[in-house]
Structure formats: structure tokens, C-alpha cells
Design a protein around this ligand. Sequence first.
Ligand code: ATR
Length: 284
Amino acid sequence: MTVDRDNASLPPKAGVMGWPVEHSLSPHIHRYWLGRYGIAGDYLLIPVPPEDFVETARGLARDGFVGANVTVPHKLAAFEAADEVSAVARRIGAVNTLYYRDGRLIGTNTDGTGFLENLRQGAPGWDPGAGPAVVLGAGGAARAVAVALLEAGVPELRLLNRTRARAEALADALGGPITVADWAARSETLAGAALLVNTTSLGMVGQGPLELALEALPRRALVNDIVYRPLETDLLARARARGNPVVDGLGMLLHQARPGFELWFGRAPEVTEELRQLVLEAAA
Ligand code: ATR
């Protein structure tokens, strides 16, 4: 067996590299799973300024780590630090998880699968092929969501962003059945949709409201907000009130953490109600 890190006799540890990183909820998630499965290991905050990121990431094994999550502002720099980057991370254009395989540092991205797993757990009957998906926003989160939805086989993806050029750039980069519409026409764009996802920061505590009339949205359409502060955003509350199935955004955060935990600690963890409550309390 290849020894992937120094100090391999010590309990495995992983962590999250960011700057700043104090507010990350990832330690709450991974430490909960370590405790639940009785695994001797740890998950730490790794504050790293941009100028030190590549060197620190390359030295993870030397410092006794089995891998790490990567968060703002390092998700692009991680391409440089990794020996190899997965196809999905390249397509999303960001690395959020680093792990070792045969002594090589591999970068991948679990946001898209986290998004899909959250929908699958929260709305078990949801079928990506059922109809068009409307995605609001064109930032990093939208990119992961769009990649996942295209991969899952949505027949049409309607992409809308306040800055339309960003949506067009994303559509060009990804290819596939994406149509870009005007932010001003967002309410009309909901006609005939089977899924609506808000990936903008609108509706989050401290941000402006998401102004979006839902009349044109079919009542069977699934509505998901990746904002989870508050857990039930105004969008989700209004969608629920008119009878749409809804899935909140906390699950994406929890599900994106699962592949990393399994890669580092060798056990596929579950997203439980207890974990949701614990992370909600930590986020409050
Ligand atoms: P993330 O990586 O979390 O997606 P981001 O890249 O900063 O973060 O993207 C934030 C998204 O919220 C963008 O789609 C942004 O729209 P712009 O590209 O036009 O900036 C969207 N957003 C933020 N504030 C907004 C507002 N007041 N009205 C409409 N969209 C907004």
C-alpha cells in the first residue's frame, strides 16, 4: 500500500482551506460524522492567505493531512496545486475537494453532485427529464448547478442573470440545451418549467429580496433555493403556499461534503435530520 502522507500512524485529519475561514460550517459537518461513525480523526480550519495557498496545499501530506476542502478565495488556485484535476472540476471551473490517490494530490468538485443529491433526498419523485429547468444567477454556484443539471439530462436549461453577459458566457462555456433570457423577463420565463433554482444571493439574510412573481410557474414544478439563511426563504415560502414542492438549500451544503469524507476517512456518511439541526444551530 502506498503511504499517502507522512505521520501515517497518527489519526487521519482533513480540514478546510480558506481566507477567511472562521465562519466555515464544514468542521461541524465532518466532526459530526467522525463522532457518529466512531472514526479517530479530525477536521480543522486551515486559514491560508492567497500567497501561501499553493505551497500549503502541496504540503498537506507532509503536514499530516489526508486531504482538504477548498473554499473562497482558493478554488481556482487549487488547479495549480493539484497533480491532477477531475473532469467535473474542470467543467465547473473550481476545485472544492483535495485528496490523495497513489501519493498524487487530486482536485475535484462535489458541489454539483451535492446539489443533485439534495434534490433527490428532498424530492424523491423528481425527474430531471420532466421539463425545462430555470436557473437564476450565473456565479460560481450557478455553474455547479448548471453542470449537474445538464449531466442529469434536463431537456432545457433557462439561464437568467442580472448581468446577462455572465449568463451568456456560462452558456457558451458549457454548451448543451441552455437558453439565456433577460433578468427583467424572469417571471415569464417560469412558464412550463419543471424546476426553479435560485443561485443568487437574493433572499439571504442581509441581502435584498428576490422579486419574482410565481403565477406562471406550474404548480408541480420543484422549487429549490441554494440560500439557507434563512432556511425557508421568501421564495420557498411563497412556492410552498401555492402548492409547489420545495427543497431548501441546507442539504446542498451537507451533501457536497459527503464525497470528501468518504475519500478521506473511508466511510460513506449520511445526511441525517440530527446533522441538519446541528448545522442550522451553528449557522444561526
Ligand atoms: P456564488 O459563487 O455564490 O454564486 P457570485 O459569483 O458572487 O457568488 O454570484 C452571485 C450571484 O447573485 C450572481 O448571479 C449575481 O448577479 P450578477 O452576476 O449580475 O452580479 C447575483 N446577484 C447578487 N446580487 C444581486 C442583485 N441585487 N440582483 C440580482 N442578482 C444579484
